[in-house]
Design a protein around this ligand. Structure first.
Ligand code: 13P
Length: 246
């Protein structure tokens, strides 16, 4: 009976025809219990129309990234202010694909999270270890260092964490529930150390190969406050059973 956030990250997927999926997900968001919040981050090109498709529903729309500055000479970038202007509710920051593809450091991720919160959005801040780091037994240290380097100093009420082990993203592999429990408990301890009692209310999502078949087991882990779902969020037929499992 805990508060949950089930968020879809569409990554670089989705043409206009996919707005029908947004409509179906919006209906499911309205059917979910009030403690379960549903969100989708479509590509920037679809955000305005996704907002229209979700109008009047409880479905939240957000961006997959934002720039740290509100405006300026940054060709091809989108600011948190622009997302807020469209009625977005959140921005994902620090996704491992952006850390890898775009060389984003913890300091950059922190600046983006700070910008998102400053624009009135929630920041869904992603952390996670690589397979080599886990094999070396360094996963807790790696994620801890990412948190130290990227957690914003701003209002913790607007922070959401997504733990996404890099080796679980798009691979069909997931950590054991006991491994998720270990990591989420360690993240919680860091959040409380950083923000005090307010750190207890921060949702910690799990992400990486979440599917209808494994969602219930992952959601049952005490410190799991929802999911950040990639591939299985693209089709309502896959995403709805995950929402229902929350
Ligand atoms: P998949 O659910 O496709 O593994 O992606 C997870 C993810 O990276 C969500 O941000």
């Amino acid at each position: 009976d805990k508060p949950m956030l089930v968020a879809g990250n569409w990554k670089m997927n989705g043409l206009q025809a996919a707005l029908a999926e947004v409509e179906a997900i919006a209906r499911a968001a309205d059917g979910a219990p009030s403690r379960v919040e549903v969100a989708v981050a479509p590509p920037f090109t679809l955000i305005a129309r996704a907002k229209d498709a979700a109008a009047g529903s409880r479905l939240r729309i957000g961006g997959q990234d934002c720039h740290a500055n509100p405006s300026g000479a940054h060709t091809g970038c989108i600011s948190a202010t622009m997302l807020a202007d469209l009625g977005c509710d959140f921005a994902i920051v620090g996704h491992s694909e952006r850390r890898t593809d775009n060389g984003e450091t913890d300091a950059i991720v922190k600046a983006k999270a700070t910008a998102a919160i400053g624009a009135g959005l929630r920041a869904i801040l992603c952390v996670g270890e690589t397979e080599a780091e886990r094999d070396a037994g360094r996963h807790l240290d790696v994620v801890g260092a990412q948190l130290v380097g990227s957690l914003p100093d701003a209002d913790p009420a607007s922070v959401v964490i997504a733990y996404e082990p890099v080796w679980a993203i798009g691979t069909g592999r997931t950590p054991r529930a006991s491994d998720v429990d270990e990591m989420h408990s360690a993240i919680r301890a860091r959040l409380v150390a950083r923000y005090g009692e307010e750190g207890r209310g921060i949702l910690i999502l799990y992400g990486g190969s979440v599917k209808p078949s494994n969602a219930a087991e992952l959601f049952a882990v005490p410190e799991v406050g929802g999911a950040l779902v990639g591939g299985a969020s693209l089709k309502a037929a896959d995403f709805l059973p995950i929402i229902a499992a929350a």
